[in-house]
Design a protein around this ligand. Structure first.
Ligand code: AQP
Length: 338
């Protein structure tokens, strides 16, 4: 049963490809400590993935891989509700109602829509534009108060707030108005090749991204090739806006090793980038290896994953049904005779 006395948290990741170190440090890793104090729902948001063309067999595989990864990263399915978005049909149904509350103008202004429309110019489908409304539905369906996300998703959570406030004022109090929960560090891990852009699953340049399934050799190779800076003190490991590549690596190092950025600057004083990059690689590998081993073990136990997903969908549906029937009643739809 959901614990009604605790505040609710909702978050999710799209199974669009190989989950990145950015997804992990900016999102998934920050979820685990929340499980004690909050009533948490963690979702594999597969419907969102369809906004960009997918190979169906790969999408199915990625969805199960991501489910196992959540658990390997510390999500406890006996405590949190872990489920696949498409298993709870209310997400798509509420999205339709919210579509009638959201404005085309505000969806057009979403940075991610503009960015993805540019990157997928041959497939600017309605779903791509509608993505933030489906995300609002994901959140509002569970009356979630806190949404732990990376910086790139803040604009979408703000839209979910606007939609909730608008719906509440039009039809009377219905939705909890959600707010972002941003981690102080890790909320924006950058591409290794273009350190002013975010590290992204769908980046076609494999060298730009550390994936959670990368083996130690791949991690070391990518970090050695990571773009750094060619300023005058090129070998000074310092967190500085003028050194976005090194600053990003310092953040990664700090998050993976537990050493503060300030202490890391001292640790690598006068040592040069080569030594520093090897240390970053060691720290990343030590974080990834136990997760990879546990994910592999879980994927071999198909029966367990199926039980987790079945139970997760049942628990999520119980909450979702309550919200959706309230919404249908508020907007004036005649209740179905049961
Ligand atoms: N580089 C990042 N740094 C910190 N946090 C990040 N997140 C994504 N990239 C970074 C956070 O991960 C969560 C899940 O994101 P998503 O899969 O739903 O979609 P996204 O934000 O669009 O992530 P990607 O990796 O860029 O996916 P694609 O390439 O498929 O669009 C979110 O909380 C996000 O903030």
């Amino acid at each position: 049963m959901a614990d009604e006395t605790k505040k609710r948290v909702f978050s999710g990741v799209q199974p669009t490809g190989k989950v990145t170190l950015g997804n992990y440090l900016g999102a998934i890793r920050n979820w685990t400590p929340l499980q004690e104090s909050f009533d948490c729902l963690f979702c594999v948001v597969d419907l969102h993935s369809l906004t960009v063309r997918q190979v169906p067999a790969e999408l199915r595989k990625n969805t199960l891989d991501l489910t196992a990864l959540y658990i390997a990263c510390g999500i406890d399915p006996s405590q949190s509700i872990l489920f696949i978005q498409s298993h709870v049909h209310e997400h798509a149904e509420l999205a339709w109602i919210l579509d009638t509350v959201a404005y085309v103008g505000e969806l057009n202004r979403m940075t991610q829509f503009k960015d993805k429309a540019r990157r997928h110019a041959d497939n600017i489908n309605m779903g791509l534009m509608n993505y933030p409304v489906l995300m609002a539905s994901d959140i509002l369906l569970y009356q979630a108060e806190y949404i732990p996300v990376g910086k790139d998703q803040v604009q979408h959570v703000e839209l979910a707030r606007d939609i909730a406030v608008r719906f509440n004022s039009r039809y009377s109090d219905t939705f909890v108005v959600p707010q972002c929960m941003l981690s102080k560090t890790g909320s924006s891990i950058k591409s290794l090749q273009e350190p002013t852009a975010k590290m992204s699953k769908s980046d076609p340049d494999d060298n730009a991204v550390i994936s959670l399934t990368d083996d130690p050799d791949a991690v070391r190779r990518k970090l050695r090739r990571a773009v750094t800076d060619s300023d005058t003190d090129a070998h000074c490991v310092r967190h500085d806006a003028a050194k976005p590549g090194i600053s990003n690596l310092l953040n990664v190092y700090s998050l993976c090793s537990g050493v503060s950025v300030a202490d890391a600057e001292k640790q690598f004083e006068g040592k040069g980038y080569g030594v520093f990059k090897e240390a970053v690689a060691d720290a990343v590998v030590s974080v990834l290896q136990p997760i990879q081993a546990e994910q592999k073990r879980l994927l071999a136990d198909k029966g367990y994953l199926e039980r987790v997903l079945k139970e997760g969908a049942e628990r999520a549906s119980a909450i979702a049904q309550r919200t959706l029937s309230k919404v249908y009643r508020k907007v004036g739809l005649v209740p179905k005779i049961r």
